[in-house]
Every structure is written in structure tokens, then in C-alpha cells.
Design a protein around this ligand. Sequence first.
Ligand SMILES: Nc1ncnc2c1ncn2[C@@H]1O[C@H](COP(=O)(O)OP(=O)(O)OP(=O)(O)O)[C@@H](O)[C@H]1O
Length: 280
Amino acid sequence: MPSVTESALEASFAIPAVSVQHLFKSFKGQPALQDVGLTVGVGEMVALVGASGSGKSTLLRNLNGLQQAERGTVEIFGSPLQIDGKLHSKARQLRSQMGFIFQQFNLVNRLTALENVLVGNLSQTSMMRSLIRGFSQQEKLKALTALERVGILNQAYQRASSLSGGQQQRVAIARCLMQGAQIILADEPIASLDPESARKVMELLTHLNEDEGITVITSLHQVQMVRRYFKRAVALRDGVVRFDGAIQDLNDQRLSDIYGAAAKELVLSGHAEIFTASQV
Ligand SMILES: Nc1ncnc2c1ncn2[C@@H]1O[C@H](COP(=O)(O)OP(=O)(O)OP(=O)(O)O)[C@@H](O)[C@H]1O
């Protein structure tokens, strides 16, 4: 007989965090996603791999409704977010459970790290209103706690523009925590970072996943990084899922079968020096 805790755990895995079925998306008649299906369990950490133009960003943007597909469904925690190109009435509520991290951080440069976390993903108008109105002690405490969690409490009152790329990305992650995101979608979160900052950001995402059960879906170019930090990878090529499975099965031969000569771009690009220098 399973214990109560085991049953609760099984139940939490029964409804996936993200479920995508038969997703089709094109730009000016050119397919970007073709019949994409994907299921990500609650608390999983999954890498989207693929050469440039393979559809990783498009898929991530469709997962939170930043873009809408022509056909197919996206469900979040079992509730539809988009069906055949239409956002569901619950989309806004579902999106509030998802944080999105961009390659270029998307912070407001003239605001401090703390203010960026406080305004979170508010629209421009709501952001101005909130800044004028001010924030409660409780909100500030929550934002400071989020900054502490990502290791940059000391920079709370520095303008975003004066922070390093790695620090800015950590502010972006703190913003997700402030928002109470249960799912973090990260689009090439380390592509603009130096190797050491990239390592710190990947470790932070791993800890949030392992310690707080946040589901993480990240697009990455660098296969070395994927092998180091992920158990599962989904490889896209020309908008088609060509592999979905355990990372150890996505070996160099498999990559070369999927991408041909372009596999080199994935194996050799960016941050490999971290592994040669300190990890391997
Ligand atoms: N806004 C857009 N307008 C027109 N075409 C687009 C748009 N966004 C993506 N595409 C096209 O859709 C395809 C998939 O692009 P996408 O950005 O999703 O790939 P990616 O794997 O994320 O690539 P990268 O790693 O370079 O970001 C590409 O052919 C791209 O040119």
C-alpha cells in the first residue's frame, strides 16, 4: 500500500506540467513547428536542443502563449492554454504560473534589481502605476528574499544597467520567483554569458528545479551544457521533434544522424572550456 506521501507524489506526476499535442506553426508559409508533441511532468527539467532555426524559441513562446500556433493544443497543469490558434479564457491565469527568461534578460535598465523584481512581468502602464504607488513592506521583503535566493542580494539597489550579464540573468530568475512561477521557460538563458556566469545560472536553475520542484524547460545550443545539467533532452530539427529521451542516448552519433554536419555547431559551440578546465 503506498503511503499518503507516495500517493500525493504519484498524483502530482499524473497531471503533466506541460502537454503539447499536434502543434503546427508557420511564418509566412514556412513551417516552424510541425506536429510537435511534448509532455513534461511536474518537477522535470528538460532541455530543448537544436541548431539555429530548428524551432526551439517558437515552441517555448507557444508554451506560454506569447505566440499562437495555427493548429494543436497546449495545456498547462491539465488546463488548455491554447487550442487551434486561440488563447483560452484561462490563459492569463495559466501564464501567471509560468516565468519566461530571455537570452537578453529583458530587464528595465534604469530600474534597480529590486524594482525589476517588484514590477515583474507587469505591463508598461501597470508598471508605472506600481512604481508611483510604491510597494508594501511585504512585497519588498518577498522581492529581497528572491534576490537572496539567486545570490545577488548585495546588488538589490544597483541599477540593472550596471549589473553584469550573469547578475542580470539572475535578476530575471528572481522575477520568476517573485511571480511564484511553477514553471520556468528559458530561451537560451546562457547564450550571452561568459562561461563562469553561464555555469552559475545553470546551477541556479538546477537547484530551483531540485529543491523547489519548479519545472524547467530550457532551450540550449550547447550539447555539453545539456549533458552536464539535464537528464532529458528534446531535439528539434526544422520544427520536428527528432529525439525525446534520456540525455545519454543523445550521443554524438545520434546528433550526427539528426543534424548531419550541423551537429558540429551543437557539440563545439560555446562554453565547452568549462568542462575541459574544471569539470571533466
Ligand atoms: N517572428 C518570426 N517571423 C518570421 N519567421 C520566424 C519568426 N520567428 C521564427 N521564425 C522562423 O521560424 C523558424 C524557427 O525559428 P526559431 O527562432 O524558433 O528557432 P530556434 O531553434 O530558436 O533558433 P535560434 O537558436 O537561432 O534562436 C526559423 O526558420 C525562423 O526563421
